[in-house]
Design a protein around this ligand. Structure first.
Ligand code: UDP
Length: 355
């Protein structure tokens, strides 16, 4: 059976790393990279590091507004599906590539499987939330990472079949953990000591596109206290340059280019805390037992907040500082599965294709 998988940005490469192997053991897979993130440091490094197969097709459709980008992807993917005639389309997460892949497939009457189904921040101002909700309501197979996600789907009465498979990023975190533990060099390169620094990331439109909020982000990071290491996403770098804030940031924050997954994980597992607006990084901090401060006022990874490992502060610098002072909780339940989600995704796809 032939599956077209659509990916386009950094976390989707990470998620594909867990699924491509088990999927290809039973099915033919055509991996399509929309080019939503086209920088090497956000995409091809994962091919080398995580063993994601090299994409079979690169559409080069990055840039533009969300609507414009989604529309261009939809056109290109519609054409591709007509030519390839797959038995199913597989999409991950909540990006424009996810929505375009699902809609192109649904319109071509090709069954859609969605990995990371049911995640909700309940904030429709986030482009990601729109992409999640719409994709879930088009999908035939909804592969949920947690019980909370499956309950969201039940409440919304989605039409497709829901299966809780666990989180595919847990699979990848477990596979990479020994390499990350063995990598002491990244810490030395950053000039920090284990347990004494904060690892920060920020790239979401809601954090970096408005210059006033971007300035609040810079001030928050500068006022945190411990040394802050910030692997800088290209979008954030561009916004900081446009706003003339780069020198101010670099005066007090250790700024480096985006890191490969092993190097990033090596910094994450040794950090005193993580400060981020990323979805995936909140969860990776939880998996590593590192307290997280999230620069948003909502999260789709609600369990990390409920268990006390994650605090939502938006861009409130005082709240961020006091969250960093809190003691870490003593318990950390296994919320997101056992590290075998990739195999369950492949098995569920086999059942979908047998229908
Ligand atoms: N990541 C990475 N290098 C970095 C920053 C993040 O490999 O310099 C990884 C991180 O471990 C996680 C993923 O990228 O797996 C998160 O991607 P991002 O924050 O872009 O997306 P989101 O999770 O917010 O959708």
């Amino acid at each position: 059976m032939k599956v077209v998988t659509v990916i386009g940005n950094r976390p989707q490469f990470v998620k594909a790393a867990a699924v491509c192997g088990p999927l290809r053991a039973v099915h033919e897979e055509l991996l399509v990279h929309t080019g939503q993130h086209y920088d090497d440091e956000l995409s091809t490094i994962f091919v080398e590091e995580l063993g994601v197969p090299r994409p079979d097709l690169e559409l080069g459709l990055g840039g533009g507004t969300n609507t414009d980008q989604t529309a261009r992807m939809l056109g290109a993917l519609g054409e591709l599906l007509r030519a390839e005639q797959p038995d199913a389309v597989l999409v991950y997460g909540d990006t424009n590539s996810t929505l375009a892949g699902a809609l192109a497939a649904a319109q071509a009457r090709v069954p859609v499987a969605h990995v990371e189904a049911g995640m909700r921040s309940f904030d429709r101002a986030m482009p990601e939330e729109l992409n999640r909700v719409l994709t879930d309501h088009m999908a035939d197979l909804l592969l949920a990472p947690s019980d909370v996600a499956a309950a969201n789907l039940a409440r919304e009465g989605v039409a497709g079949d829901v299966e809780t498979v666990g989180d595919v990023m847990v699979d990848v975190a477990q596979i990479v953990a020994p390499r990350a533990r063995a990598d002491g060099a990244t810490l030395v390169d950053a000039g920090v000591r284990a347990g004494e620094y904060v690892l920060a990331t920020a790239h979401r439109a809601g954090t970096v596109d408005d210059p006033a909020r971007l300035r609040r982000l810079v001030d928050l990071l500068l006022g945190l206290g411990p040394p802050v290491v910030l692997p800088l996403h290209p979008r954030t770098r561009a916004r900081l340059r446009e706003a003339g804030l780069m020198a101010r940031l670099q005066a007090g924050v250790i700024v480096c280019p985006p890191l490969g997954y092993v190097a990033f994980t090596s910094l994450l597992i040794r950090a005193r805390a993580v400060v981020t607006d990323s979805g995936g990084v909140q969860k990776e901090a939880y998996l590593a037992g590192v307290p997280c401060v999230t620069l948003r006022d909502t999260t789709e990874w609600v369990e990390t907040v409920q268990t006390g490992w994650n605090t939502l502060v938006d861009l409130d610098a005082d709240a961020a500082r006091s969250a960093l002072e809190q003691e870490a909780p003593t318990t950390r339940p296994q919320l997101y599965g056992d590290g075998h989600a990739g195999k369950r995704v492949a098995a569920a796809m086999a059942r979908l294709l047998a229908l």
